[in-house]
Design a protein around this ligand. Sequence first.
Ligand code: BTN
Length: 264
Amino acid sequence: MQNFIKTALSIVQNVYFRIMKITRFKNIDSTNSYLQNLLDEGENVIDNIVVTDFQTSGKGQGKNVWQSEEGKNLLFSIALDMSFLKAEDQFLLTQIVSLSMVEVLKKYLPEESLFIKWPNDIYFNDKKISGVLINNEIKGMMMGTSIIGIGLNVNQTSFDENLPNPISMKMITGKDYDLEEILLAVYKSLSYRVTESPSDSNTSFVVQNYNKHLFRYKQWALYEHEGLIKEMMIVGYDKFGRLILKEKNDREVVCDLKDIVFRI
Ligand code: BTN
C-alpha cells in the first residue's frame, strides 16, 4: 500500500513538474560531468536529474573543486532545454537559477540574510552556503541544453579549514534537513521559472529580484583587481553578465569572473 501511495505521488509530481528522470548514485566523479558526457554522446538528457551522496571529483567554478562530506549535502545536476533563449541572453539563466535557490532557502532561513554573490554563489550573510556551475550548450544564435550543477551545504557541520567561508543550513539553525524535500523544491522552482517564456515583464522581474539579493550591490567594499586591493562599488552588470564596478575616482570597470576577487 505504501508503495502504491509513493508511486501515485510520484506520478502526480511528474505531471505537475513535467516528466523528470532522477538517477541516483552512492558516489560518482561529478554529476555535471556525468550529464555532460551523456549529452556529448548525443543522448537526450533534458529533464534528467543526477543526484549523489558523494563526488570524487566535484567541479567548482574555474579550476576550483567542490568538496562535500558523504551523504550530508545536496549534490545534483539537472539538464534543462533552454533552446528558447538567445545565446546572448544566457546570463538570464544564471539569474533564474540563483533566484530559485534563494526562493527555496528562504523557506528555511531568514531571507534578509540570503544574498547572491555575483554571478551565482549563494551566501548567508558573508558565508557561502551554495555554489552553482552551469554549462551551456550553444547552437548558433540560440542556447541548447544547459547542465546546471548545484551544491548546497545542508547537514555538514565542519569543513576543510582551507575553504574560505563555508556555512551550512545546520550550522545556522542547528537542525537537520531532508535532502529529498529540498531537491524537489529546487526542481519545482527551477522548472516553474524556466518554462516561462522570457517576456520583457518577467525578465525585468528577474533582474529586479536578482538585484535585490545581490551581495554588496551599491556598497563600497574591498576587491582585488589588476593586482591591487581597491575599494570599489558594484553598480550593475552588462547584458553578458559581466560585473560593472565603480572605483573611488568614478572610473567604471567591467569584469569577468577571473578579473575580480571579493575580499571577504
Ligand atoms: C562553485 O561555487 O564553484 C560551483 C560549485 C558547483 C558544485 C556542484 S555539486 C553538483 C555539481 N557537480 C559538480 O561537479 N559540481 C556541481
